[in-house]
Design a protein around this ligand. Sequence first.
Ligand code: ADP
Length: 378
Amino acid sequence: MSVTQQQVLDSLARVKSPRGVALTHANVLSAISASDGKVFFSINVDAAEARAWESIRAEAEAAVRAIPGVTTVMVALTAERKPGSAPPPPPQPSRGTPGVQPAHAHKPPQGGQSPMARQSEIPGVAAVIAVASGKGGVGKSTTALNLALGLRDLGLKVGLLDADIYGPSVPRLTGLRDKPELNGERKMIPLRRFGLAIMSIGFLVEEETAMIWRGPMVMSAVTQMLRDVEWGKLDVLVVDMPPGTGDAQLTLAQNVPLKGAVIVSTPQDLSLIDARRGLAMFQKVNVPVLGIVENMSYFQCPHCGTKSDIFGHGGARHEAEKLKVPFLGEIPLHMAIRATSDAGNPVVDSEPDGPHAAIYRAIAGQVRDQLKGVIAAA
Ligand code: ADP
């Protein structure tokens, strides 16, 4: 049974805002996405009023969940600080209620503050790490998934969170399209494939919807996927970040309790400039950069194995040396990587004895070594 936007609006008309008017007349609702029984929208309020709206957000979510045919509801409460108004309340850890999340201002964070000071850890997860890139299309998601699999091969318990809200590619890379179920505490249960616990915004909303999200909605949705998901016990949770170094990425880098970040770059100069920005972004919020990966480093002919440095291979290694961050490895541009990725069979899993899997495992080994203390402590 399909659910229409009008049905959602009709049910929201019965929810009263803190000012007493119907939610639909309070001028706070974003566009409503309703398809295949999945409903997503946000309530956008002034940060100073955010606390008063939290129970309304929960009420709105319950009202929509009660519509026959609705299978998933995600209602984000987002708060934007108006110039001159009081600062928003600090983020709070979830108390296990799905969808109940604090509002977040989307002002970029001020530099120098530790992310751990602002965000509590995820229970059961020893280390959350980001895989980031200065721009899209450099193979960040492919690297994130294969790195996660490399860590798995080292005997670690690993999760993957696709926070690339603007273009979630984990459903394509893993072949997973199911909707996560809720557990008894109404937390989402991550999907499982390749021995990984996997969560993607792409499991919840259509790609077109994600494209129009603004900064605060991104933060709210990612927070929900971090904290309202039953991750279980993990050594490492790999977060595939949205590409770029804008406000949304900076806010994420600060608000997700990251133990480190891996930056993916191609050897082209432009991409390296972007990677430098990525590096600066993590350094600004005191997240250690675990290293740079050069993806599409050189072209390897699938027939004869000959290597060609079509992009001027080695730029990222040189850049890493200059910036004094570890260089984690070079991944060739190879048909097998593209074909396996795009068919939902990542190369580390589908060709575990091949040369590409070995490269990803070597990168994973360096990442694991840098996180050893954290994982052991947990
Ligand atoms: P991003 O997350 O940076 O946007 P993706 O991981 O989605 O990038 O990769 C973009 C495209 O490039 C995909 O089609 C993917 O299969 C391909 N790709 C990524 N890395 C490689 C590689 N090393 N060799 C060949 N193709 C690759």
